[in-house]
Ligand binder design. Structure first.
Ligand code: SIN
Length: 496
């Protein structure tokens, strides 16, 4: 990757103790057995930010051993005590928000304002699941047999695993480890190779909050060794559950691996969100929503609007509004004042965006604004709007993961619903209308785990996040989120 001269967000850190270049196992900061490391780079400048350990099977097994040993105590620690630690951990994340945001922006590239929002989102999972720890209730069921009683307990599973993505390096870590440890489990977590520093910083604060050694372990490894680490986790019979956020392709692979040990999975996989603007919509509202669900994080979220369907009668007006808006977006590194669009994560990400645009142009789409890498060079891409996009084009069938809005015109409600549902994915769907009857009809007809009516912002710790079809299994966040991380035990007393 070419390097661009900008100052690094890490130069601004106040508490440099939050920046770690070692993995975290059994409460200790450790390197790889052979001392091997890999580089973590700033996507805005291409500069090396840090070097972290290359873990393999041996070190990962050691992390599983630590999680196994820690479970013996943590699994029976009072929910009230677990809750207090999670609360302190959440408070520490908020107290250190600025430094955590700088680390996040340095390794991921998103504007600092978005990183601050993500750190608050990450802390909210610790707070929420700490509170939920005290409410993992069971049941007493009226017995159908004389002399019996039936009770149901919810029990922690034991050792669990987490594999997290680079697009939300802080929030996806806590969205997995918070419910897991709140419910009394221990965890081995592998962050994405592009963004391990945020996960390690979260561990520093876990330590400060009093989380006992071995309850949360973070193993770092580059892409070439990810499969080895993943297989070590999934093939270990002690691993009782794996939470993963990432591509559908990798999710399927992990699910197959987990089948051998009948390990539970919670998978948050690819999306291909439709964003439908009906002719009776408030167009200003729909335009505002494009910021949160199309251009936020440079379009690199699983719930990014990927297919923008606009009813023919308002098509030209909406395209004109969106074009003005996209043309005015400020592209820059995350620490630059006013920056709204940061770099893409890596060259592979940029190549995919270019491939989608080239494919759309070949098939008859037109660029209204943007369409090329940005003059700043490196991994920066222009905010882009394309018209004349059709459901068959690559950008309609795969997640683009870039600041590119492809507009698909439609005539009728039935047609819009058919296009929206014509995908193997079903994570999130957005639509805009002022008609109450249509709101119910379309909301019920859309095949997605999350539906946003008249909004592009759906993320919150209190609501269940997850998809249908090939977008995943299980839910994260909310009261449903902690259910994934417990076993249900039916206990019957006879001879009473
Ligand atoms: C994701 O893209 O996977 C998560 C997005 C969110 O929670 O807002």
């Amino acid at each position: 990757m070419t390097t661009i001269e900008t100052s690094s967000a890490l130069d601004l850190l106040e508490d440099r103790e939050l920046l770690r270049e070692l993995a975290f196992v059994n409460g200790e900061w450790v390197g790889a057995d052979d001392g091997g490391t890999f580089e973590v780079r700033d996507p805005a400048s291409g500069r090396v930010l840090a070097e972290v350990p290359v873990f393999g099977a041996t070190e990962t097994t050691r992390a599983l051993d630590a999680a196994g040993a820690a479970f013996e105590t943590w699994g029976t620690t009072l929910a009230k005590e677990r809750a207090a630690i999670l609360r302190r951990w959440a408070d520490l994340m908020r107290d250190n928000s600025e430094d955590l945001s700088l680390i996040l922006t340095a390794e991921q590239g998103k504007p600092l304002s978005e990183s601050r929002g993500e750190v608050e989102y990450a802390a909210s999972f610790l707070e929420w699941f700490g509170e939920e720890a005290k409410r993992v209730y069971g049941d007493v069921i009226p017995t159908p047999m004389e002399g019996r009683r039936i009770v149901v307990f919810k029990e922690p599973l034991g050792v669990t695993g987490g594999i997290t993505p680079w697009n939300f390096p802080s929030a996806m870590v806590t969205r997995k480890c918070a419910p897991a440890v709140a419910a009394g489990n221990t965890m081995v977590l592998k962050p994405a190779e592009q963004t391990p520093l945020s996960a390690l910083a979260v561990c520093v604060l876990a330590e400060r909050a009093g989380l006992p050694p071995g309850v949360l372990n973070v193993v770092t490894t580059p892409a070439e060794k990810a499969q080895e680490v993943g297989e070590t986790m999934t093939s270990d019979p002690r691993l009782r559950m794996l939470g993963f956020t990432g591509s559908t392709e990798v999710g399927k692979l992990l699910m197959k691996q987990c089948a051998d040990t009948v390990t539970k999975v919670s998978l948050e996989l690819g999306g291909n969100a439709p964003f439908i603007v009906f002719e009776d919509a408030d167009l200003e509202l729909a335009l505002g929503a494009m910021q949160s669900c199309k251009y936020r994080n440079s379009g690199q979220t699983c719930i990014s609007a990927n297919r923008i369907l606009v009813q023919e009668s308002v098509h030209d007006e909406f395209v004109a509004m969106l074009t003005d808006y996209a043309a005015g977006l400020v592209v820059g590194s995350g620490t630059e004042e006013g920056s709204q669009i940061g770099p893409l994560i890596d060259q592979q990400g940029l190549d995919k965006v270019e491939r989608h645009i080239a494919n759309a142009l070949e098939s008859g789409a037109e660029i209204v604004v943007g369409g090329s890498p940005h003059d700043r060079g490196g991994l920066f891409f222009q905010p882009t709007v394309l018209t004349g996009v059709s459901p068959e084009m690559d950008m309609s069938c795969e997640e683009t993961f870039g600041p590119v809005a492809g507009i698909i015109p439609f005539r009728t409600e039935e047609e819009a619903i058919a296009i929206a549902n014509d995908t193997p994915y079903g994570l999130c769907a957005y639509f805009f209308t002022k008609d109450l009857a249509r709101a119910w009809r379309v909301g019920e007809a859309l095949e997605a785990g999350i539906v946003g009516l008249n909004t592009g912002f759906v993320s919150t710790e209190v609501a269940p996040f997850g998809g249908v079809k090939q977008s995943g299994i299980g839910r994260e966040g909310s009261k449903y989120g902690i259910e994934e991380w417990v076993d249900t035990k039916y206990f019957t007393f006879a001879g009473l």
